[in-house]
Ligand binder design. Structure first.
Ligand SMILES: O=C(O)CCC(=O)C(=O)O
Ligand SMILES: [Fe+2]
Length: 281
Protein backbone atom coordinates (compact mmCIF):
# COMPACT_ATOMS: atom_id res chain seq x y z
CA UNK A 1 0.00 0.00 0.00
CA UNK A 2 1.33 3.43 -0.82
CA UNK A 3 1.35 6.35 1.58
CA UNK A 4 -1.41 7.90 -0.43
CA UNK A 5 -3.86 5.22 0.69
CA UNK A 6 -3.10 5.52 4.38
CA UNK A 7 -3.52 9.31 4.53
CA UNK A 8 -6.90 10.76 5.38
CA UNK A 9 -8.35 12.59 2.40
CA UNK A 10 -7.72 16.32 2.49
CA UNK A 11 -11.06 18.05 2.34
CA UNK A 12 -10.76 21.62 1.26
CA UNK A 13 -13.66 23.62 2.60
CA UNK A 14 -14.61 26.93 1.01
CA UNK A 15 -13.54 29.91 3.13
CA UNK A 16 -16.18 31.33 5.45
CA UNK A 17 -14.61 34.78 5.48
CA UNK A 18 -14.24 36.00 1.94
CA UNK A 19 -12.09 38.90 0.84
CA UNK A 20 -13.10 40.65 -2.37
CA UNK A 21 -11.75 43.52 -4.46
CA UNK A 22 -15.36 44.51 -5.02
CA UNK A 23 -18.74 43.15 -4.02
CA UNK A 24 -20.33 40.62 -6.35
CA UNK A 25 -23.73 38.97 -6.64
CA UNK A 26 -22.57 35.42 -6.05
CA UNK A 27 -20.77 36.20 -2.76
CA UNK A 28 -23.79 38.21 -1.55
CA UNK A 29 -25.96 35.17 -2.29
CA UNK A 30 -23.58 33.03 -0.22
CA UNK A 31 -23.81 35.51 2.66
CA UNK A 32 -27.60 35.22 2.51
CA UNK A 33 -27.53 31.41 2.38
CA UNK A 34 -25.08 31.30 5.32
CA UNK A 35 -22.28 29.64 3.34
CA UNK A 36 -20.17 32.77 3.87
CA UNK A 37 -19.98 34.38 7.32
CA UNK A 38 -18.33 37.65 6.45
CA UNK A 39 -17.39 39.64 3.37
CA UNK A 40 -14.35 41.90 3.54
CA UNK A 41 -13.54 44.57 0.98
CA UNK A 42 -10.21 46.26 1.83
CA UNK A 43 -9.66 49.87 0.76
CA UNK A 44 -13.39 50.34 0.32
CA UNK A 45 -13.55 53.88 1.68
CA UNK A 46 -11.87 56.68 -0.19
CA UNK A 47 -8.85 57.65 1.96
CA UNK A 48 -9.59 61.39 1.66
CA UNK A 49 -13.20 60.90 2.71
CA UNK A 50 -12.24 58.90 5.77
CA UNK A 51 -9.62 61.54 6.68
CA UNK A 52 -12.34 64.22 6.48
CA UNK A 53 -14.66 62.14 8.64
CA UNK A 54 -11.91 61.40 11.17
CA UNK A 55 -11.09 65.12 11.51
CA UNK A 56 -14.75 65.96 12.06
CA UNK A 57 -15.14 63.17 14.63
CA UNK A 58 -12.03 64.33 16.53
CA UNK A 59 -13.00 68.00 16.45
CA UNK A 60 -16.75 68.26 16.46
CA UNK A 61 -18.48 65.04 17.29
CA UNK A 62 -20.65 64.89 20.39
CA UNK A 63 -20.21 61.24 21.33
CA UNK A 64 -22.78 59.45 23.45
CA UNK A 65 -23.02 55.87 24.73
CA UNK A 66 -24.33 53.45 22.09
CA UNK A 67 -26.44 51.01 24.08
CA UNK A 68 -27.41 47.53 23.04
CA UNK A 69 -30.91 46.27 23.79
CA UNK A 70 -32.03 43.00 25.30
CA UNK A 71 -35.55 41.91 26.23
CA UNK A 72 -36.23 41.09 29.88
CA UNK A 73 -39.72 40.22 31.18
CA UNK A 74 -41.12 41.71 27.96
CA UNK A 75 -39.31 44.99 28.59
CA UNK A 76 -36.50 46.54 26.59
CA UNK A 77 -33.32 46.90 28.66
CA UNK A 78 -30.37 48.93 27.34
CA UNK A 79 -26.75 47.93 28.15
CA UNK A 80 -23.51 49.84 27.64
CA UNK A 81 -20.76 47.64 26.14
CA UNK A 82 -18.09 50.24 25.52
CA UNK A 83 -19.29 51.64 22.19
CA UNK A 84 -19.88 55.37 21.72
CA UNK A 85 -21.77 56.92 18.87
CA UNK A 86 -22.25 60.03 16.82
CA UNK A 87 -25.86 60.08 15.62
CA UNK A 88 -29.03 58.60 17.08
CA UNK A 89 -29.70 54.86 16.59
CA UNK A 90 -33.14 53.41 15.92
CA UNK A 91 -32.93 51.19 19.01
CA UNK A 92 -33.29 54.38 21.10
CA UNK A 93 -36.99 54.25 20.11
CA UNK A 94 -37.55 50.64 21.27
CA UNK A 95 -40.15 50.32 23.98
CA UNK A 96 -41.30 53.94 23.38
CA UNK A 97 -44.78 54.84 22.11
CA UNK A 98 -45.52 55.94 18.54
CA UNK A 99 -45.18 59.72 18.44
CA UNK A 100 -42.91 59.72 21.51
CA UNK A 101 -40.11 62.24 21.97
CA UNK A 102 -37.61 59.42 21.29
CA UNK A 103 -39.19 58.76 17.89
CA UNK A 104 -39.28 62.46 16.95
CA UNK A 105 -35.66 62.82 17.98
CA UNK A 106 -34.60 59.78 15.95
CA UNK A 107 -36.11 61.09 12.68
CA UNK A 108 -35.01 64.70 13.29
CA UNK A 109 -31.44 63.57 14.04
CA UNK A 110 -31.48 61.28 10.98
CA UNK A 111 -32.25 64.26 8.72
CA UNK A 112 -29.68 66.44 10.49
CA UNK A 113 -26.89 63.83 10.38
CA UNK A 114 -27.57 63.02 6.74
CA UNK A 115 -26.92 66.66 5.78
CA UNK A 116 -23.93 66.98 8.09
CA UNK A 117 -22.17 63.79 6.97
CA UNK A 118 -22.85 64.66 3.31
CA UNK A 119 -21.24 68.07 3.76
CA UNK A 120 -18.20 66.62 5.59
CA UNK A 121 -17.59 64.05 2.82
CA UNK A 122 -18.31 66.39 -0.13
CA UNK A 123 -17.43 66.26 -2.99
CA UNK A 124 -17.21 62.50 -2.32
CA UNK A 125 -20.18 60.47 -1.10
CA UNK A 126 -20.20 59.07 2.46
CA UNK A 127 -18.87 55.47 2.53
CA UNK A 128 -22.31 54.03 3.40
CA UNK A 129 -23.86 55.73 0.37
CA UNK A 130 -20.99 54.39 -1.70
CA UNK A 131 -21.98 50.90 -0.50
CA UNK A 132 -25.61 51.50 -1.48
CA UNK A 133 -24.43 52.57 -4.94
CA UNK A 134 -22.36 49.36 -5.27
CA UNK A 135 -25.36 47.21 -4.31
CA UNK A 136 -27.47 49.15 -6.77
CA UNK A 137 -25.08 47.93 -9.45
CA UNK A 138 -24.49 44.32 -8.41
CA UNK A 139 -27.75 43.30 -6.72
CA UNK A 140 -30.84 42.72 -8.91
CA UNK A 141 -33.23 44.51 -6.53
CA UNK A 142 -30.71 47.18 -5.48
CA UNK A 143 -30.52 48.96 -2.12
CA UNK A 144 -32.63 51.66 -0.47
CA UNK A 145 -32.84 53.70 2.71
CA UNK A 146 -35.36 51.95 4.96
CA UNK A 147 -38.56 53.79 5.83
CA UNK A 148 -40.22 51.16 8.02
CA UNK A 149 -42.39 53.74 9.78
CA UNK A 150 -42.83 56.21 6.93
CA UNK A 151 -39.99 58.76 7.12
CA UNK A 152 -36.51 57.87 5.86
CA UNK A 153 -34.32 56.27 8.51
CA UNK A 154 -30.71 57.03 9.42
CA UNK A 155 -27.94 55.07 7.65
CA UNK A 156 -24.31 55.43 8.63
CA UNK A 157 -24.04 56.03 12.35
CA UNK A 158 -20.50 56.62 13.64
CA UNK A 159 -19.42 54.03 16.21
CA UNK A 160 -16.36 54.87 18.30
CA UNK A 161 -14.43 52.75 20.81
CA UNK A 162 -11.60 53.78 23.11
CA UNK A 163 -9.09 51.67 25.09
CA UNK A 164 -10.61 52.52 28.50
CA UNK A 165 -13.98 50.86 27.79
CA UNK A 166 -13.44 48.77 24.62
CA UNK A 167 -12.97 45.57 26.64
CA UNK A 168 -16.61 45.73 27.83
CA UNK A 169 -17.75 44.31 24.48
CA UNK A 170 -15.26 41.45 24.45
CA UNK A 171 -16.93 39.15 26.97
CA UNK A 172 -20.49 39.80 25.85
CA UNK A 173 -21.30 38.31 22.45
CA UNK A 174 -24.47 39.88 21.11
CA UNK A 175 -26.90 39.60 18.23
CA UNK A 176 -28.76 42.48 16.57
CA UNK A 177 -32.29 41.78 15.44
CA UNK A 178 -34.98 44.29 14.46
CA UNK A 179 -38.29 43.57 16.26
CA UNK A 180 -40.94 42.00 14.03
CA UNK A 181 -43.31 44.78 15.03
CA UNK A 182 -41.13 47.11 12.91
CA UNK A 183 -40.41 44.86 9.93
CA UNK A 184 -40.28 41.12 9.28
CA UNK A 185 -36.93 40.59 7.64
CA UNK A 186 -35.50 37.25 6.53
CA UNK A 187 -31.99 38.34 7.52
CA UNK A 188 -30.26 41.24 9.18
CA UNK A 189 -26.72 42.13 8.21
CA UNK A 190 -24.46 44.99 9.20
CA UNK A 191 -21.90 46.88 7.20
CA UNK A 192 -19.04 48.50 9.06
CA UNK A 193 -16.57 50.68 7.22
CA UNK A 194 -13.61 51.24 9.51
CA UNK A 195 -12.26 54.79 9.64
CA UNK A 196 -9.69 54.20 12.39
CA UNK A 197 -8.33 50.95 13.79
CA UNK A 198 -6.11 50.39 16.84
CA UNK A 199 -2.48 49.25 16.30
CA UNK A 200 -3.38 45.89 17.85
CA UNK A 201 -6.52 44.22 19.17
CA UNK A 202 -10.03 45.39 18.30
CA UNK A 203 -10.83 42.22 16.34
CA UNK A 204 -14.42 41.49 15.35
CA UNK A 205 -15.33 37.95 16.40
CA UNK A 206 -18.20 36.16 14.71
CA UNK A 207 -19.31 32.71 15.81
CA UNK A 208 -19.87 30.02 13.22
CA UNK A 209 -23.37 28.94 14.19
CA UNK A 210 -26.82 29.26 12.68
CA UNK A 211 -28.21 32.79 12.67
CA UNK A 212 -30.77 33.23 15.46
CA UNK A 213 -34.45 33.77 14.66
CA UNK A 214 -36.19 36.79 16.19
CA UNK A 215 -38.33 34.54 18.42
CA UNK A 216 -35.17 32.97 19.88
CA UNK A 217 -33.55 36.36 20.46
CA UNK A 218 -36.60 37.53 22.38
CA UNK A 219 -36.48 34.43 24.53
CA UNK A 220 -32.95 35.10 25.85
CA UNK A 221 -33.80 37.13 28.85
CA UNK A 222 -30.82 39.30 29.62
CA UNK A 223 -27.53 39.36 27.80
CA UNK A 224 -26.51 35.68 27.88
CA UNK A 225 -26.50 33.68 24.65
CA UNK A 226 -26.47 29.86 24.93
CA UNK A 227 -22.95 28.48 25.35
CA UNK A 228 -23.37 25.71 22.76
CA UNK A 229 -23.86 28.38 20.07
CA UNK A 230 -20.53 30.00 21.04
CA UNK A 231 -18.12 27.20 20.15
CA UNK A 232 -16.44 28.29 16.91
CA UNK A 233 -15.24 31.88 16.91
CA UNK A 234 -13.80 33.36 13.70
CA UNK A 235 -11.67 36.48 14.04
CA UNK A 236 -11.46 39.46 11.73
CA UNK A 237 -8.92 42.19 12.38
CA UNK A 238 -10.43 45.17 10.58
CA UNK A 239 -8.14 47.38 8.52
CA UNK A 240 -8.52 51.11 8.06
CA UNK A 241 -10.93 51.90 5.18
CA UNK A 242 -12.07 48.29 4.99
CA UNK A 243 -15.73 47.27 4.60
CA UNK A 244 -16.89 44.22 6.58
CA UNK A 245 -20.39 42.78 6.20
CA UNK A 246 -21.70 40.14 8.65
CA UNK A 247 -25.04 38.57 9.56
CA UNK A 248 -25.82 40.27 12.88
CA UNK A 249 -28.17 37.48 14.01
CA UNK A 250 -25.04 35.39 14.49
CA UNK A 251 -23.33 36.09 17.81
CA UNK A 252 -20.52 38.61 17.47
CA UNK A 253 -18.26 40.56 19.81
CA UNK A 254 -15.46 43.10 19.61
CA UNK A 255 -12.10 42.58 21.34
CA UNK A 256 -10.58 45.22 23.57
CA UNK A 257 -7.36 47.10 22.80
CA UNK A 258 -4.77 49.11 24.70
CA UNK A 259 -4.12 52.14 22.52
CA UNK A 260 -5.53 54.05 19.57
CA UNK A 261 -9.18 54.28 18.55
CA UNK A 262 -11.59 52.04 16.71
CA UNK A 263 -14.07 54.00 14.63
CA UNK A 264 -16.51 52.81 11.99
CA UNK A 265 -19.42 54.07 9.95
CA UNK A 266 -22.14 51.47 10.33
CA UNK A 267 -25.52 50.54 8.97
CA UNK A 268 -27.78 47.55 9.37
CA UNK A 269 -28.98 45.97 6.16
CA UNK A 270 -32.29 44.12 6.03
CA UNK A 271 -32.92 41.34 3.53
CA UNK A 272 -36.24 39.98 2.29
CA UNK A 273 -36.35 38.10 -1.03
CA UNK A 274 -37.43 40.22 -3.97
CA UNK A 275 -36.93 43.51 -2.13
CA UNK A 276 -34.02 45.94 -2.07
CA UNK A 277 -31.45 45.67 0.71
CA UNK A 278 -32.88 48.12 3.27
CA UNK A 279 -30.39 50.30 5.16
CA UNK A 280 -31.00 51.76 8.62
CA UNK A 281 -29.26 52.24 11.91
O1 LIG B 1 -17.61 47.16 15.30
C1 LIG B 1 -17.70 46.08 14.74
O2 LIG B 1 -16.74 45.55 14.19
C2 LIG B 1 -19.03 45.33 14.71
C3 LIG B 1 -20.14 46.20 15.15
C4 LIG B 1 -21.43 45.49 15.41
O3 LIG B 1 -21.65 44.93 16.47
C5 LIG B 1 -22.46 45.49 14.37
O4 LIG B 1 -22.24 46.09 13.31
O5 LIG B 1 -23.52 44.91 14.60
FE1 LIG C 1 -23.66 44.13 16.52
Amino acid sequence: MTDQHTLAPIISRPPKIVELKQLDTSTLNKLISGEVLAIRVPEFANAKTSARLNDAIDEAAALEPYNHETYEDGRVVQHFYGVHRWGTPFNSTYGKAAGSDAQHKYYADAAHMRGLIDSICAPEKPPIEQLMDCLQEVWPTGAATAAFQGPPMFCGIIRAMFPETAHLSETVPHVDCLPHSIAELDHQFSANIYLQTPPSGGELIIWDTEAFAYEEVKRFEGAQLPEHRLQTPLRIRPRKNELVIINTRRPHAICGFDSGKRISMQSFIGYTPGEPFYFWC
